[in-house]
Ligand binder design. Sequence first.
Ligand code: PMP
Length: 386
Amino acid sequence: MNLNTELSADLDRLKGAHLHRRLRRTESPPGPWAVVDSRRVLVLGSNNYLGLATHPLVREAAREATETWGTGASGSRLTSGNLDLHEALERDLADFKHTEAALLFGSGYAANVGTIPALAGPGDLILSDKLNHASLIDGVRLSRAEFRIYDHNDADHVRELLHDRDRFRRCLIVTDGVFSMDGDLAPLPELQTIAAEHGAWLYVDDAHGAGVLGGSGGGSLEYFGMQPGNTIQMGTLSKALGSEGGYIAGSRVLIDYLRNSARSFIFTTAPSPAPVAAARAALRLLRAEPERREQLSLNSGHLRALLSQRGVVTADSVTPIIPVLIGSSQRALAVSESLENAGVWAPAIRPPTVPEGAARLRVSVMATHTVEDLERAADAIAEAMG
Ligand code: PMP
């Protein structure tokens, strides 16, 4: 059989299981409404939680950085590509996360797959939540450390799996801060205590918490009133901050260590000036306009209430991610398609992104949705769920 025939057979199997994915084409900027595949739809699937990706000051910062610095950094950070601008953003991020230092990566994915293997390897132990994001799972696998999966958010299970911690050199407990497909929070205070008791590090992927949770938008640790201590915080610039790139925030020593060991930091070109400057502008807006975060929180609570009034069951949470559980991939696709026909875009999420039998709509709310948008969304979802 030739390679194309083999691959076609694999694709047919995916199609048969309702797991084949196709790209949707967005033909307008990423707002609460967008033109997708030539139709104007209400968007319920964006991570642009605060609407900053299209904010005039963020756009202006990106434009100005391109004028000043050019389009590409033209080298890796450790060779010729380390710009003043990168270091300025790293200082801003450390301030934002209340840590000594921060390190910028090309994406959140790169931050996870580079940092975890830099911190743990053969002879080390990693405990990983069952529902962790794929980039954490890939980082754990790449590390070649022994890893154990604990039941979702189950601190007792974590303790149990640490029974032979002494056999290992280093130990890492790895979790999402806000789970990307469920919108719930990890029990971080408890995990931090367990880590401290066992001489372990806690590694928190706060991609969906940063800019959203906490008094100043600092994320999940700030939400819980925690000090960083033994906790390493990862984040991304691509969601609430409306840009692209990832980062690790932690102690000066940790950051210097990662600069010298994280392969996805070392062996890649430094981020381009435009997204770096855009993220700096977004961080300034986050500080100057806390009302965006407050509006996001109001909108999230409001959509949850509207859905519940219409008999649509969702999990209770403080985040803008609202999972509407459906079960089978086939039905999730059908519900998503019927929503799309009603002019509402809420992506169906299927395995392997979520566990088998847990296909869902992943509804995400933005600060820029109006009350009318949210009512329209709730009506359409209730109708499509039948
Ligand atoms: N971690 C989590 C929890 C995420 O949801 C994502 C993005 N889907 C990432 C990491 C990767 O971030 P990025 O898109 O910046 O690569």
